[in-house]
Design a protein around this ligand. Structure first.
Ligand code: ADP
Ligand code: MG
Length: 475
């Protein structure tokens, strides 16, 4: 089959060689890898070209495993590789060749400059390299995360303009890092001149400590001053680290005053924010605090399908449903299972069926029930009445009037909030909500819910109120 796009072929080749160089002993790599080319690339095979039959035999015998591992790390669809002698490899016009020795020099030189693997320097500050697979367009939206998503989306479009700081909290494995990196990637993509730093709180701490050691804390502040978007993941790590919090507070103020965007994540409920210094905590409260909750069945199913699609793995609908139905709340766990199914498929060519998935889940002690029983739902508030009462109390209204037909303006939004929460958080049907609200019809409820969603995207204050209500109700 013909070559694919020559530019991407060359990139693939460079990636494979770089992966290889990073995983092998230096001496072996420099001895056995001189020049490498791609002679042929079909949908699942690559034929690599080498300089001589001696090299070919060596690679086949000694390094085919390494080479294969590096290949599938860069091109997961590949199932086999071979080596041939490429008579064109020394031809300087041949663009499909990578000089491994040269590349090795380049990659190690680069490493020395940034020093920390997986990180890069932005204006002298160490930033984690963001994973491009974390984007807003592949973040699956559901009732458990739509507010967090909406805020992340707004921030990535207009950093510093609204929701500043944005504080996202939620349990592990529910998508905080995904959203934070998606904000960073989104800003970098749209607003190329913005300087974005993504770091974790422990990295921030290390940075701080090293500046303290060299007595250059002022210098650290100076560097951060130049940042447009500062994203710090896993701030819980700073709990009880007083001095570092102090510094974060200083940097925070500098950035905030200059209308720079700050985004933070935290893996515990906000009431545990007491582990942070009151001054810092009150800064967080200037902006918006949103949570990511546990995804419901439909969201889990959509996430699973999205992940399978991204890995070009075909998962039968009934199998996907079975997994989403039976796995827990942690999205990472869901992904782990998918990865295992893919590995199994690659090894044994057994496509997942409900039966073999059930056996696998049972092994992982995720379900005992092979017939597909449902996990217990999380406790929620009792029923709609409690919700209507809470919304009415929050807005200082009479609950009877809230569900009634009063068309006064002050009832409109609270009524929409109540309907919206019943629909999105408690999963009532439009019909049922209509009945609760003095027999309104389905489409009028639908309209109200859509309308509110629309308003929430713009009205930061109301957004916050809805969050407060949700917190209070535990939904
Ligand atoms: P956290 O940082 O909250 O512990 P992560 O962001 O690392 O969680 O999420 C764990 C995994 O689940 C990631 O691979 C992420 O892409 C995935 N994930 C979580 N929520 C979603 C979602 N709504 N849509 C798509 N992927 C998700
Ligand atoms: Mg995380």
């Amino acid at each position: 089959m013909a070559f694919f796009d020559p530019l991407s072929e060359k990139k693939l080749l460079r990636d494979v060689v770089a992966t290889l160089a990073a995983s092998m002993r230096k001496q072996d790599f420099l001895t056995y890898f001189k020049k490498l080319s791609i002679v042929e690339h079909t949908k699942d095979r690559i034929v690599y070209g080498v300089v001589s039959s001696f090299m070919r035999d060596n690679l086949e015998q000694k390094f085919s495993n390494e080479m294969y591992a590096a290949t599938i790390a860069c091109a997961p669809e590949i199932t086999g590789i071979t080596f041939v002698v490429d008579t064109m490899i020394e031809n300087t016009t041949n663009t499909q060749v990578v000089d491994c020795q040269e590349l090795y020099k380049q990659t190690t030189a680069k490493k020395k400059r940034t020093e920390i693997p997986g990180h890069e320097q932005v204006d002298g500050i160490v930033s984690r390299i963001m994973n491009e697979k974390y984007r807003l367009d592949n973040f699956v939206i559901g009732p458990s995360n739509q507010l967090a998503y909406a805020a992340a989306d707004a921030v990535s479009r207009r950093p510093g303009a609204s929701y500043n700081p944005l504080f996202i909290y939620g349990d592990v494995g529910l998508g905080k890092t995904h959203l934070l990196q998606a904000i960073g990637n989104g800003v970098r993509m749209r607003l190329k001149d913005k300087r974005v730093i993504y770091t974790t709180a422990d990295r921030f701490l290390t940075d701080y400590v090293s500046h303290v050691k060299t007595r250059k804390v002022d210098r650290m502040r100076e560097k951060y001053r130049a940042i447009d978007v500062l994203i710090i993941d896993d701030v819980q790590f700073l709990a009880n680290k007083k001095q570092t919090q102090e510094e974060l507070y200083n940097i925070f103020n500098i950035l905030y005053e200059a209308n720079k965007q700050i985004v933070l994540s935290w893996d515990r409920p906000p009431k545990e924010l007491t582990e942070l210094e009151p001054r810092l905590r009150s800064r967080f409260e200037w902006g918006i605090i949103v949570d990511i909750g546990v995804p419901d069945f439909e969201t889990r199913l959509a996430i699973l399908q999205e992940k399978a699609r991204a890995k070009q793995f075909i998962l039968a609908q009934e199998v996907a449903e079975f997994i989403a139905y039976n796995t827990g709340e942690n999205v990472r766990e869901l992904e782990g299972i998918l990865n295992q199914l893919i590995a199994e498929y690659e090894l044994h060519h057994t496509p997942p069926t409900i039966e073999n998935v059930a056996v696998r889940l049972k092994k992982l002690a995720i379900t005992d029930d092979l017939s597909g029983g449902h996990r217990a739902a999380r406790p929620r508030i009792g029923g709609y009445k409690e919700l209507v009462d809470a919304v009415a109390a929050h807005f200082g209204l009479d609950p009877e009037l809230l569900i009634g037909e009063n068309r006064k303006k002050e009832y409109m939004i609270p009524r929409q909030v109540a309907m919206y929460l019943l629909k999105n958080r408690m999963h009532y049907t439009y019909e049922r909500i209509g009945n609760i609200f003095s027999g309104r019809n389905h489409s009028s409820v639908l309209y109200s819910c859509r309308k509110l969603e629309h308003i929430l995207k713009k009205d930061q204050h109301l957004f916050y109120e809805v969050n407060v209500l949700r917190d209070r109700l535990g939904i």
